[in-house]
Design a binder for this molecule. Structure first.
Ligand SMILES: [Zn+2]
Ligand SMILES: [Zn+2]
Ligand SMILES: [Zn+2]
Ligand SMILES: [Zn+2]
Length: 236
């Protein structure tokens, strides 16, 4: 919550005593209810309990416990939110206390703001009134916007690079798989070559066998011829 020193209550005397904190004598800020049923600002009672152990209400004086601080009803909070205050910066009056933070953050013309280019070096600060005028001419602010654009460009490029890296990784995996497949095919080919050379040497052995059978046949024929001519000679 924005400092309550930036506003003052309108017609404070008319605010009911049931809305006033016994410890700070102001309308409750962030109220909390003790175990004994009394209400205090959270900050006030927490600060009080660092030294005191019994309820500050004279008529109550019961033992307090930090474990038993509960928020009040929504209704009670909304009554507090509707208390009327005046902004001490711009003098605007009749603001609901519950919307005062918003008034400071979004509309109070006297609220002091830093230049949006503060983080890149602009030292300017001033009221919201002058702020727009300043940002129109501030070089830092313009530079800041360019820096933002550049950041976006870099961010996009980083995303592209990431995508490419992922694709490359996938391709590497695929290449690895293809390599393994080629290795397997190579091994199969080698096995087939071994089988082929086995068959070739078997063929050779069979050829050799056939050749020697042929030779024997020739020898036998020659012997038969010899026998034939001997037989013919005897028949004469
Ligand atoms: Zn208080
Ligand atoms: Zn009490
Ligand atoms: Zn204001
Ligand atoms: Zn600036």
């Amino acid at each position: 919550m924005i400092s309550n020193s930036l506003y003052e209550y309108i017609d404070k005397e008319s605010i009911g005593s049931d809305l006033i904190c016994l410890l700070c004598h102001n309308p409750f800020i962030d109220p909390t209810v003790t175990q004994c049923g009394d209400t205090y600002c959270r900050q006030c009672i927490e600060k009080y309990m660092r030294n005191g152990s019994h309820c500050p209400s004279q008529s109550c004086n019961q033992l307090l416990s930090t474990d038993h601080l509960i928020p009040p009803s929504h209704n009670f909070i909304s009554i507090l939110d509707k208390l009327k205050v005046r902004c001490q910066l711009c003098e605007k009056t009749n603001i609901n206390r519950g919307t005062f933070d918003e008034h400071i953050k979004t509309s109070c013309p006297e609220c002091i703001l830093d230049c949006p280019g503060k983080n890149i070096g602009c030292q300017w600060f001033g009221s919201r009134n002058e702020h727009d005028e300043h940002t129109k001419t501030c070089l830092f602010e313009k530079l800041g916007r360019m820096v933002d654009i550049l950041y976006k460009v870099i961010e996009n490029q980083s995303l592209d690079i990431e995508k490419l890296q992922k694709e490359t990784q996938q391709q590497t995996t695929e290449i690895g798989q293809q390599k393994t497949e080629i290795e397997q095919q190579k091994a199969q080919l080698q096995q087939q070559q071994i089988q082929i050379s086995d068959i070739q040497s078997e063929n050779q052995t069979q050829k050799n066998g056939t050749a020697s059978v042929c030779k024997q046949i020739t020898i036998l024929q020659e012997e038969i011829n010899k026998l034939k001519s001997t037989a013919l000679w005897f028949c004469k």
